[in-house]
Write a new protein. Structure first.
Lengths: 409, 409
């Protein structure tokens, strides 16, 4: 759908509640695109009809000037919105909805049902009933199902689970997703430092996070910016966004050419030069394999930053085996190629392939862990910036071995 | 955790219901690992304590002989299990739980609540109340919240939503995940061809699917088998699993070497040979960029197999712009490198870089679409099998241009 088709279609939504609902489902680009043509009043009206966590997303996608003037026109909800906007959008605080249904510890099941019925209109998705103490601190949780199957006079405290799984508002959204997925939760409460209930994050938002993070990782691993996935960009803009990611490859390629010419004075370059691509390819692909396993391992929590050495050691041993296997195979090819005049080409190629593969497996497995430790996204480790570095090391290793075994100077 | 640590830990779970619950949460490898040491009676007892959809997973992970003998010892539940096992595990039928709570159309809200209370013990996660007609066909859905806020005498048909989003049992699990994510559902009913209610798929299972599919895509894109992610494999087995994925790179590398030597007779190979890596790298990286965008686009439904031409055309134009940019940059480098003796090296390099990038963007964007149309997983398009092919084409293009512009024969 083009931008103008979308706008036309959206303008056909005359029911304003429906329009607000549709807006809440749209992604950031579409929200930006649709709101940019609206008046301040129209945006304010839309926001009024949304739940606070959805409204926050829309507000975040508004131009800066419009955002501030909108915030001043919203009366009661503005504080709530402002509180939500204070948390970065990729944290638990940014994901949560403050519209959480809580009941005091002193209530019975029957009283809770009555409160639920009174408030039901405002609460779009109630999954659990959170029980709070007199100081608004989360003390337990009751499922709706439990509420239904106990007599109305049962005190909530006697049916509630007091061991509640919760998250703090500054938690990264990936961690929140891990908690919700691990415990198969429908919603997870967000709790402040004093134990006070701040809001809830529902499973549908978590599902969006998981999909978003997977896409983000994939795009970073492929060396494409996140924005490159947006269909609204012009071809020129897309090329511009992707241009920078390829710089490393171009600069690395020029460097590789310099190395080729420099070593050309010392080694029979017309004999060994043809195998540069396979040395780079084997090292690079093993590096991407190890890197991908490390990135996934970090994302799922299986590879820990502290226990990372064990993972790198495992990958190094896998690399050694792969290196010996392919070193032998390509060494035999080199022997056949160099047979007669230069039988040592076989040995050179064999050793170099093995070195490049071991290098690839060690760098590929350790770089994501180091990047993660340094606070960067480990997914960039398989992108062009890092793989180019591995390529250059592989070429230097190959030519150095060639110089020792076949060198003329 | 090693396999023996896990077994020791699991044996500490003396509460058998808890043991069954833990087993249901474990992944395939861990289930295989733990059940292999159990007696038939122990496994049968575990399965008895699980929900049918979780039990199916455990049964699927048993050795063949044990599986059949187990199925014969399970009395009442065996038919249900057998029905579930009939669906491939990556379809809606394989994901669904047949323990769905349904109520006849003739019931009132009050009657539904009473039935819910009677059955509550067996139903671990009730999200919606499904309403069926006299022939067991799905006719509507009521949320628990709606059930709570209406007087008990209200007929279900007057509060139910009759426009129910459902899936067929043969649907691929990725499609199910898309439906659940798009409509923010907690559960989606699975409905047979005659409209009969077969089971439900809950959002926690969908979350697992989304994570699983993202990992699968990522591993395929990196050219690692799915099993390579399992920490239980020995280093030798891991190397064995990854060996095959690198064959294409090795064979392609030998072919590239042959091409290098064959063209060596016609072109000044010691001058142009050093730039082979950058030609391959630029084409390959742009191919991976386009390929990743195509794979994501197909997964999210943004790129359609039928409308794929528009996407390829967009990528081709992006490729043209990138090719012109980097062709110019690397062409200038070639001009400087070949200055004096061979100024045409600049032109050769410029044209070849541009060609390789355009080739990469067209093949990278179209191959996933073609693979998907042929029923294969589009994610393999960025793996070593395909990228090696693109590399070879890039080298041939480069040397052919060199032969025309710089050739001596």
């Amino acid at each position: 759908m083009t931008s103008s088709e979308r706008r036309r279609l959206y303008s056909l939504l005359t029911d304003k509640d429906r329009a607000a609902e549709v807006m809440a489902y749209l992604d950031d680009d579409a929200q930006r695109d649709l709101t940019v043509e609206m008046t301040q009043e129209q945006v304010a009206d839309l926001l009024d009809r949304m739940e606070a966590d959805d409204a926050t997303d829309v507000v975040e996608n508004l131009p800066d000037a419009l955002r501030e003037s909108i915030m001043s026109t919203l009366d009661g909800d503005a504080d709530e919105l402002r509180d939500l906007l204070a948390w970065p959008s990729d944290t638990a605080g940014g994901l949560m909805s403050p519209a959480v249904f809580s009941t005091p510890e002193t209530a019975t099941c029957g009283q809770a049902i009555i409160r639920l019925q009174e408030m039901a209109e405002d609460l779009d998705s109630v999954f659990y009933l959170y029980v709070v103490d007199s100081r608004d601190r989360l003390s337990g949780v009751v499922s709706l199902r439990k509420l239904l199957i106990h007599p109305p006079s049962t005190p909530l405290v006697s049916v509630m689970t007091s061991d509640v799984i919760s998250v703090q508002p500054d938690r990264d959204q990936e961690e929140v997703a891990r908690v919700v997925a691990r415990y198969d939760l429908l919603a997870v409460p967000v709790v402040g430092t004093a134990g006070e209930l701040l809001g809830i994050i529902t499973v549908d938002d978590v599902l969006d996070v998981v999909q978003e993070e997977a896409v983000e990782d994939m795009l970073l691993m492929a060396g494409v910016g996140e924005d490159a996935d947006s269909p609204n960009n012009s071809v020129f803009r897309l090329a511009q966004l992707r241009f920078g990611w390829l710089i490393a490859t171009a600069v690395g390629g020029m460097l590789a050419d310099r190395i080729y010419h420099w070593y050309g004075a010392y080694i029979p370059i017309e004999v060994v030069g043809g195998l540069v691509p396979v040395i780079m390819g084997m090292g690079g692909n093993v590096g991407i394999q190890s890197g991908t396993l490390a990135i996934r391992g970090i994302a799922t929590g299986r590879v820990h930053v502290k226990g990372g050495a064990g993972f790198v050691w495992r990958e190094a041993r896998v690399g050694l085996l792969l290196g010996l296997g392919y070193g032998m195979l390509l060494g035999l090819y080199g022997l056949f190629l160099g047979a007669g005049s230069m039988p040592l080409v076989g040995l050179t190629v064999g050793i170099s392939v093995c070195l490049a593969i071991i290098l690839g497996s060690i760098l590929g497995s350790s770089l994501p862990i180091l990047l993660h430790r340094w606070g960067a996204d480990p997914a960039i480790a398989t992108g062009p910036f890092v793989t180019t570095g591995v390529d250059i090391l592989g070429i230097v290793a190959y030519f150095s071995v060639a110089r020792v075994l076949l060198g003329s100077g």
